[in-house]
Design a protein around this ligand. Sequence first.
Ligand SMILES: *Cc1c(COP(=O)(O)O)cnc(C)c1O
Length: 221
Amino acid sequence: MHSIVEKLNFIKKEVNEIVDKKQLKTIPQIIVVTKTFPAEKIIPLLSSGHIHFGENKIQEAEKKWIDLKNKYKPYLHMVGKLQSNKAKKAVKLFDFIHSLDNEKLALKLHESEIELNKKAKYFIQVNIAKETQKSGIMLNELYEFYIYCIKKLSLNVIGLMCLPPANIDPKDFFSLLKNEGEKLKTKDLSMGMSSDYKEAIVNGSTFLRLGSIIMGQRKSI
Ligand SMILES: *Cc1c(COP(=O)(O)O)cnc(C)c1O
């Protein structure tokens, strides 16, 4: 078996063990974040039957994924910052968009859905620790933004996403996001990366976004 597939299987086993031990209701899906990695590294995972993959840049994703999508039919997740002028490309290529974080973008996504006659699933990205350099909706604006997206624009918002600050225990941020999701009655939570996915699982994550722990170290670019 290919070493990347072995790595994924190992992580899946670990995830299942945590779910069993903590008697959690849902087994989180693993999104393998393949940014910076070429198609050759991704194909073994596709061939093994894995279905959720993530990228963070439209241009790179188009280059790599248009053919792979046709052939293997995976679900593609946009996990990076999305500029509203790329909304249409995003709706065209991606099944899930994790970075819905402002009204201008929401409107463009809505218009693109109509134009393309295609619906995507969305996570509202929340700026959970009020970091000035990070994107995401502030908690005090979340409810109004959510209502705008679902009522005015009919976007299929399935949950919330966050990127907690590096170097601080993420536990409280994960549980805060979970709480906000419960208040909105959204179903999904996109939280947990290579460094903190175990904590995210315990706090009810339904989609883990895992890159380096499965694919290996990314070359800095
Ligand atoms: C790159 C990226 C990930 C994966 O990061 P790792 O630390 O390699 O697991 C997850 N989420 C987002 C938004 C990313 O950009």
